[in-house]
Design a protein around this ligand. Structure first.
Ligand SMILES: Nc1ncnc2c1ncn2[C@@H]1O[C@H](COP(=O)(O)OP(=O)(O)OP(=O)(O)O)[C@@H](O)[C@H]1O
Ligand SMILES: [Mg+2]
Length: 169
């Protein structure tokens, strides 16, 4: 089994939809400011706040969309979800981690493995994989309009920030 497949299978073995749903619901019940004080808070960007979910055999990151991301409205959000659905099922492409989206009327979360920062020297070696990933995405009409943020889990590098995934028009 390759390392990528190992990450994939560990992710799905550990993925418990209803436990994750109640984790997400607890977050949704708090304000963005209140969530920053949680022990599970990992960090945030412009569009997402990230929280650690300690699944049995693989720590996960639950990336909850902030109001700045939800504000773009239903049409843009369902386009983004459609784009994510295509990207996340391209399992053979390296740098795309196993991901699941949990969403409802007023919330949206992306669940993926929790990743560690890559050492600088390893980041440089990833240029080819970044190029392959961009090419694979473009072949299905997608582009990630952002400098890809990389992390790794079980020795497998992957992109964590998918907020700027778009259809190429
Ligand atoms: N899989 C992960 N493992 C560990 N930490 C993560 C993971 N995903 C997100 N994070 C943390 O959450 C932060 C925000 O995540 P992300 O970059 O996806 O949000 P964003 O709002 O789209 O960011 P930006 O404003 O740069 O577009 C990251 O910088 C990182 O600290
Ligand atoms: Mg982003």
């Amino acid at each position: 089994m390759t390392r990528g497949n190992d990450l994939q299978s560990r992710f799905y073995t550990s993925f418990d939809g209803s436990a994750l749903m109640s984790f997400v619901q607890k977050l949704v019940g708090l304000s963005e400011e209140e969530r920053r004080g949680l022990d599970s808070f990992l960090g945030e960007g412009f569009h997402f706040q990230s929280f650690e979910y300690k699944a049995p055999s693989l720590p996960m990151a639950v990336n909850l969309a902030k109001s700045s991301f939800l504000r773009q409205g239903d049409v843009a959000l369902s386009r983004w979800k459609k784009a994510m659905e295509i990207a996340r099922t391209m399992e053979q492409v390296s740098l795309i981690p196993p991901m699941e989206i949990i969403s409802g009327k007023n919330y949206l979360a992306v669940v993926m493995p929790k990743g560690d920062v890559l050492p600088r020297n390893r980041e440089r070696k990833i240029d080819d994989l970044l190029r392959d990933t961009a090419k694979a995405l473009s072949q299905v009409g997608l582009a990630l309009d952002d400098y890809p943020q990389l992390r790794e889990a079980l020795g497998v590098p992957f992109i964590i920030d998918w907020s700027d995934l778009n259809f190429v028009t």
